[in-house]
Design a protein around this ligand. Structure first.
Ligand SMILES: *[C@@H]1O[C@H](CO)[C@@H](O)[C@H](O)[C@H]1NC(C)=O
Ligand SMILES: *[C@@H]1O[C@H](CO)[C@@H](O)[C@H](O)[C@H]1NC(C)=O
Ligand SMILES: *[C@@H]1O[C@H](CO)[C@@H](O)[C@H](O)[C@H]1NC(C)=O
Ligand SMILES: *[C@@H]1O[C@H](CO)[C@@H](O)[C@H](O)[C@H]1NC(C)=O
Length: 267
């Protein structure tokens, strides 16, 4: 069975723009020992409601700015469109459902993988689930400030996404490492939507850097509706290292929604 050979990592986000931040444990007494921990001083923490309101206001202005910025970006040089009968489309639907399994549920207070898991991974085992506030990934999705990526010279990435990734990277790394020890033939797939897709990009790079047994075939990310994560040096690094990241965009998304056939996907 396909899914027996699959370690799936679910990252998804609720439409909640505000999250709690890195726990105190992330702050290192010896920043030099871990380049990721060295970032702790610049990652903000929400401590009270007044601060929260401020964060929400900044979130609105962030999304406005981001929209402006995105509209000035050049179009992707290579874009592929798939019909709804293609394998790529079907595969994308699968990963979209997996994202929905962690994202679209009645209650954010308790984990219930529900019908999405039953229909997509009937023999799957959820080892660890992450979602956004209040239960899951700590991080700050509205810090759009670009900061140096601790392990990619010259690359800059969004601080909010990076802080969320740092929050879960060791848990994810240890889980995948242990599973690969037990099952070296496992395929690792990272799936994420929206903010979770942004974290998924950084996490895929992190896994590729830390687990030499992973390569462009056995590590693949399916990222849906992903925001921009970093600068050109970051994108160049991903390309140069052959890290397989499939960015999926429904043509119906955003400004294209009136123009295109809804039953196609653009990669
Ligand atoms: C694909 O799209 C066509 C035209 O919109 C629709 O009739 C058909 O049911 C769709 N097929 C699948 C498998 O979703
Ligand atoms: C999923 O499957 C389990 C076990 O078969 C069942 O108990 C549960 O009701 C199902 N949930 C949904 C939402 O289909
Ligand atoms: C990727 O790694 C797997 C397992 O280590 C190996 O079997 C496979 O040949 C590698 N593929 C490539 C393209 O390097
Ligand atoms: C990436 O893939 C290309 C073509 O498949 C190959 O020539 C190159 O050596 C690979 N680079 C790395 C770092 O694996």
């Amino acid at each position: 069975m396909f899914f027996r050979n699959l370690v799936i990592l679910l990252l998804a986000t609720a439409a909640i723009q505000c999250q709690q931040l890195l726990p105190p444990s992330i702050q290192s007494t010896n920043p030099a020992s871990d380049p990721f921990k060295a970032l702790a001083p610049i990652i903000e923490t929400v401590t009270n409601f007044a601060r929260l309101a401020d964060v929400l206001l900044r979130s609105i202005s962030y999304h406005r700015e981001l929209g402006k910025e995105e509209s000035n970006l050049p179009a992707s040089p290579k874009t592929y469109t798939y019909s709804n009968t293609s394998d790529v489309y079907q595969e994308s639907v699968l990963y979209a459902k997996l994202c929905a399994a962690s994202n679209c549920k009645a209650s954010y207070d308790k984990w219930d993988c529900g019908e999405y898991c039953n229909s997509t991974v009937p023999d799957g085992v959820v080892i660890r689930a992450f979602a956004t506030h209040p239960l899951g990934v700590h991080g700050y999705n509205i810090q759009q400030q670009l900061v140096p990526h601790p392990r990619i010279p010259g690359a800059k990435v969004q601080l909010g996404l990076l802080s969320s990734m740092i929050n879960i990277r060791d848990i994810v790394y240890r889980t995948i490492r242990d599973q690969l020890k037990l099952h070296p033939e496992y395929q690792v797939r990272v799936a994420g939507h929206s903010y979770g897709a942004g974290i998924g990009s950084l996490l895929t790079v992190d896994l590729a850097q830390r687990l030499p047994q992973l390569n462009s075939t056995n590590l693949v990310a399916y990222l849906l509706g992903k925001p921009r994560v970093g600068n050109k040096a970051y994108a160049a690094y991903v390309a140069e290292k052959n890290i397989t990241i499939k960015r999926l965009v429904q043509v119906a998304d955003g400004k294209y929604y009136r123009l295109a056939d809804k039953n196609t996907l653009t990669d």
